[in-house]
Design a protein around this ligand. Structure first.
Ligand code: FAD
Length: 383
């Protein structure tokens, strides 16, 4: 990825790679039993990995999206749950405040979020509003200077450990045409109830829960940005988030590929290394090629975002291609390892289980195809 990396990016990559191998890899199997990676997040905070793209004024690293992608990719090569915790905290939990927050909100929340002292979460999805997020049922009714919120969010990553959860709700302020607004909900707010952790196929160490709002009062200071633009803000947040899902897909796929490649050099059958069989070497060739193609899509989308370009199509392409690539690569990695691929000790079955969510979260593959087709067709007039 030389064309996208400057010297700072290379230093960051080398540092995170070494950290991930030495500090994340040894705990990955344990995290996969459902242990939230508290100690690793603490160490990542000390290394400055919880606020990579945010302003130094607020304790961030002042780096760019490419740097964030590098860190997620390297962490993802060892433990997708740990990488997902940092990814959701940064690209979903912190972005709305960093990009749309008032100066007061930034000053109040960003230092703790950027330092990792506090985790961030993001609640858009509801039991009946996932792909159709506009069907949000949660209601925020104006009362005095603030809002009383009732409703529920589903599948909220980091919810059980978060200091702040950014949520959406339909704003009922007595005017016509209720819009979706966004709110900053602090841990411990009266009326906020956090559900039990979900039991998942993969991302087992990442925390996923429902959250409930029961007559929860939110003061006007915690309305995020323009109350009538909450939904647009969330869509913009998700667009950037798709690049980071692409980054995690890259990491997860490489984690599985590297283990399959190593195994193919060690395992013998019929008196020779299995990678001497074309059936295996061609699998490795296809895996390496699709990872390389995916890298270009993900880093190009990150580069364009940093250049301030409109990246709706590029981010969706990066997410769609990389997540589907990751599912194929992790499936083939198990095949290369044969029966051992099915056994936990060899890690590739973990990468396989950690892959599937990438085709679902932050917009399913079907939704990405809708976005891409809409973007490529919008400027073509019918003949
Ligand atoms: C582990 C995990 C972590 C998550 N973290 C978060 C989080 O932190 N914050 C958050 O807000 N959400 C989070 N989510 C929710 C996730 O983003 C949603 O699950 C996802 O957007 C899909 O929504 P849904 O589950 O309601 O599926 P549905 O929208 O009900 O979709 C079901 C199926 O129908 C298809 N479909 C729906 N509409 C269309 C259409 N118009 N055209 C074609 N096909 C369609 C879908 O592609 C899918 O195949 C998380 C989910 C999981 C599993």
């Amino acid at each position: 990825m030389k064309i996208y990396f400057n010297e700072e990016h290379i230093l960051l990559r080398d540092m995170v790679r070494e950290f991930a191998i030495n500090e994340i890899r040894p705990h990955a199997q344990n995290v996969d039993t459902g242990q939230f990676p508290t100690e690793s997040i603490k160490k990542m905070s000390e290394l400055g990995l919880m606020g990579i793209p945010w302003d130094e004024k607020y304790g961030g690293n002042g780096m760019d999206t490419i740097a964030l992608v590098i860190a997620i990719e390297e962490l993802g090569k060892e433990c997708a749950s740990t990488a997902a915790t940092m990814m959701a905290h940064t690209s979903l939990g912190t972005t709305p405040i960093a990009v749309f927050g008032t100066d007061e909100q930034k000053a109040k929340y960003l230092p703790d979020l950027c330092s990792g002292k506090m985790l961030g979460a993001f609640g858009l999805t509801e039991p009946n509003a996932g792909s159709d997020a506009g069907n949000t049922q949660t209601r925020a009714v104006k009362k005095g200077d603030g809002y009383v919120i009732n409703g529920q969010k589903a599948f909220c990553t980091n919810a059980g450990y978060a200091g702040t959860i950014i949520i959406t709700a339909v704003v009922d302020d007595g005017t016509e045409g209720n819009q979706i607004g966004a709110f900053i909900v602090e841990k411990g707010t009266e009326g906020l109830r956090i559900g039990e952790p979900e039991h998942k196929m993969g991302w087992k160490g990442s925390d996923t829960r429902s959250v409930y709002f029961e007559d929860m009062y939110i003061p006007k200071e915690n309305v995020l940005g323009n109350p009538s633009k909450g939904f647009k803000q969330f869509l913009r947040t998700l667009t950037g988030g798709r690049i980071t899902i692409g980054a995690l897909a890259l990491g997860t796929a490489q984690g599985a590929y590297e283990r399959a490649l190593k195994y193919s050099c060690e395992r013998e059958a019929f008196g020779k290394q299995i990678n001497k069989f074309q059936a295996i070497s061609f699998k490795l060739a296809d895996m390496a090629t699709s990872i390389e193609a995916s890298k270009h899509l993900v880093y190009n989308a990150a580069y364009l975002k940093d250049e301030g370009e409109d990246i709706i199509k590029e981010a969706a392409m990066a997410k769609l291609f990389s997540s589907e690539m990751c599912m194929r690569v992790t499936t083939e990695a198990i095949q290369v390892l044969g029966g051992y691929g099915y056994i936990k000790e060899y890690d590739v079955e973990r990468f396989f289980r950690d892959s599937k969510i990438l085709e679902i979260g932050e917009g399913t593959s079907e939704v990405q195809r809708i976005i891409i087709s809409r973007e490529i067709l919008k400027n073509i007039s019918s003949v």
